[in-house]
Design a binder for this molecule. Structure first.
Ligand code: G3H
Length: 496
C-alpha cells in the first residue's frame, strides 16, 4: 500500500513529506495540498505545501550536490541508476496503486508505467556511459589558412541544476525521463511533480533515495503552483527546465531566463485515412490511439481525417469497437476511467455541446457521471467546431470527412500544434509524401501516434514544444560542449 513498508518514512500522519537534502521533511508552512481521487471525487492524499524559503534551500543543496556529483565517475553514476531502476520495478505495486487512486489510470496501465520507467532509467544509464564517454578531436588545418598547430578536444559537461516538471498523465514515467538523463550527465535535480500524481512521484523518488544517491542531488518539492510555480521556474539557481504539460509551458518559456528549455506541450494529432487503407487496422488504432487512458495522452489521436468514400465503413468499424470498451473504475482495469478532474470533465463537455449545437453526428449517446465520460465518436465534424482544433484530453474523438489528401494535410497543418500525426495507406510512396507534408515532429505510418519506445526521438513543432526528447536527445540536451585547445609551437602532422 502507498506510504507503507519501505515507504513509511515518506508519510507523516496523513500528509506525504517532501524530499530535500537527502531527507523526507515536513514543510514549515504547516499547510498541505489535497489530492482529489478522480473516481470518488474525495480527498485521497495530502502533500506538503512547500514555501518559497524551502525552495531556496533546495536550490542551494542541489547546487552543492551537483558539484560533487560531476566528479563522480560515469560508471558509478550508471551503477546507481541501475540500482534505482531495480528498486522501482521491485516496488511497482504501491506506486501503481497511487497512480490508480490519484490519476485514475487503469490498474494494468499503471503497472506498465512503472515498469517502463525502470527500463527507461536502465537504458539511460547504458546510453549515458556510451555517449558521454566519448568526445571529438579536431585538428586546425582543415580550415583554410591554418597549419596543424591546434588540437581541439571536445567533451560534454553537465548544465548544473535541472528543474523537472512532469504532467499528471505520466507522473512517474515523464519524471524519470527527465531525472535519469539529468543524473547520468552529472546534473542535479529539483522535481516539481503535478499535484495530481505527486504521491506516485514521491514514491518513485524514494526508490532513488533507497538506491543511495548523494544527499541533495535529487529533490522533490510539492505545493501550489500559485505559490511556488513561478518562483521555481524563474529561480536564478535553475540551469535548465524540462517541462511536459499544457500551455503553461508557453508562459514558462517566456519568463525563463537564458537557460536551455525542453518543452512538450500537447498536440492535436491528426489521423489521415486514405481510400486504400486497411480499415480494420485503422479502427483498431483509432481505439488504441484515441481512447487509451481515456484520451488523456498528448499523443492521442485527436482528429480523424478520413476520405469520404471510406468514411461510412470506417465509422461502422469504430462504432463496433467503441461499444466493446469497458467504462468504470480504474481499479477494475476498465478501458475508460474518470478524467483527472471535474474542471477537465466540464471542459470536455463544453467541446461536446459546442459540436452538438453546430450539428455534429453523435455516434453514441453523450453520457457523463461525475468525472466519468463515456467514449464518444463525433462524425461530420466541421472546421467551425471547437473540437476540430482544441484538445479535449478526454474520450471524445472528432471525425472530419475529407475529399482530398490536400484537405487532410491542410487541416493538420492549420493547427497551432505539431506533435505527431499518422497516415494510413497501403501506398508507401503516398505515405512518405503525406508524412513529409505534415508539419509535425513525428509521423507514424500505419499506426497511431506514440512517444515510445522511449529511446526514440520525441519532439513537437509550433506550440507543441521546444527541443527533442528521447533518451539520447535528453542526455545531450542536458549537457554543454566544453572544448580544450592544445596549441603547438610548430605544426605537427601524424606520420608527416
Ligand atoms: O502525454 C504525453 C506523453 O508524452 C505521451 O506518451 O505516447 O507513451 O502515451 P505516450
Amino acid at each position: 500500500m502507498a506510504g507503507n513498508g519501505v515507504f513509511a518514512e515518506i508519510l507523516d500522519g496523513e500528509v506525504f513529506k517532501y524530499y530535500a537534502d537527502g531527507e523526507w521533511k515536513k514543510s514549515s508552512s504547516g499547510k498541505s495540498v489535497a489530492i482529489i481521487n478522480p473516481t470518488t471525487r474525495k480527498t485521497q492524499y495530502k502533500v506538503q505545501a512547500c514555501s518559497q524559503e524551502e525552495v531556496n534551500k533546495v536550490m542551494d543543496s542541489a547546487k552543492s550536490a551537483q558539484k560533487l556529483w560531476a566528479k563522480t565517475p560515469l560508471w558509478k553514476r550508471a551503477e546507481l541508476l541501475h540500482k534505482a531502476a531495480a528498486i522501482l520495478k521491485e516496488h511497482k505495486a504501491p506506486i501503481a496503486e497511487s497512480l490508480v487512486k490519484e490519476i485514475a489510470k487503469p490498474a494494468k496501465d499503471a503497472v506498465t508505467e512503472v515498469v517502463r520507467s525502470g527500463d527507461l532509467v536502465s537504458y539511460c544509464a547504458e546510453e549515458g556511459v556510451r555517449i558521454l564517454g566519448e568526445g571529438k578531436f579536431l585538428v586546425s588545418d582543415s580550415f583554410p589558412g591554418n597549419e596543424r598547430t591546434k588540437y581541439c578536444l571536445t567533451s560534454k559537461i553537465p548544465l548544473g541544476v535541472i528543474l523537472a516538471i512532469p504532467p499528471f498523465n505520466y507522473p512517474v514515467n515523464l519524471a524519470v525521463s527527465k531525472i535519469a538523463p539529468a543524473l547520468i550527465a552529472g546534473n542535479s535535480i529539483v522535481l516539481k511533480p503535478p499535484t495530481q500524481g505527486a504521491v506516485s512521484a514521491l514514491h518513485m523518488v524514494h526508490c532513488f533515495h533507497l538506491a543511495g544517491f548523494p544527499k541533495g542531488l535529487i529533490n522533490c518539492v510539492t505545493g501550489k503552483g500559485s505559490e511556488i510555480g513561478d518562483f521555481l521556474t524563474m529561480h536564478p539557481g535553475v540551469n535548465c527546465i524540462s517541462f511536459t504539460g499544457g500551455d503553461t509551458g508557453i508562459a514558462i518559456s517566456k519568463k525563463a531566463g537564458m537557460i536551455p528549455l525542453q518543452m512538450e506541450l500537447g498536440g492535436k494529432d491528426a489521423c489521415i485515412v486514405l481510400e486504400d487503407a486497411d480499415l480494420d487496422l485503422v479502427a483498431g488504432n483509432i481505439i488504441k490511439g484515441g481512447f487509451s487512458y481515456s484520451g488523456q495522452r498528448c499523443t492521442a489521436v485527436k482528429v480523424v481525417l478520413v476520405m469520404e468514400s471510406v468514411a461510412d465503413a470506417l465509422v461502422e468499424k469504430v462504432k463496433a469497437k467503441v461499444a466493446k470498451l469497458s467504462v468504470g473504475a480504474p481499479e477494475n482495469d476498465c478501458d475508460i476511467t474518470p478524467v483527472v478532474s471535474e474542471s477537465s470533465a466540464n471542459f470536455i463537455e463544453g467541446l461536446v455541446m459546442d459540436a452538438k449545437e453546430k450539428g455534429a453526428t453523435f455516434c453514441q449517446e453523450y453520457k457523463r457521471e461525475g468525472n466519468l465520460i463515456w467514449p464518444l465518436l463525433l462524425d461530420n465534424v466541421r472546421p467551425d467546431m471547437r473540437i476540430a482544433w482544441e484538445e479535449p484530453f478526454g474520450p471524445v474523438l472528432p471525425l472530419i470527412r475529407i475529399n482530398s489528401i490536400e484537405e487532410g494535410i491542410h487541416h493538420c497543418n492549420a493547427s497551432n500544434f505539431g506533435l505527431q500525426g499518422c497516415v494510413f495507406t497501403k501506398d508507401i510512396n503516398k505515405a512518405i509524401m503525406i508524412g513529409d507534408a505534415m508539419e509535425t515532429g513525428t509521423v507514424q505510418i500505419n499506426s497511431a501516434p506514440a512517444r515510445g519506445p522511449d529511446h526514440f526521438p520525441f519532439q513537437g513543432i509550433k506550440d507543441s514544444g521546444i527541443g527533442s526528447q528521447g533518451i539520447t536527445n535528453s542526455i545531450n540536451m542536458m549537457t554543454k560542449i566544453k572544448t580544450t585547445v592544445i596549441n603547438l609551437p610548430s605544426p605537427s602532422y601524424t606520420m608527416g
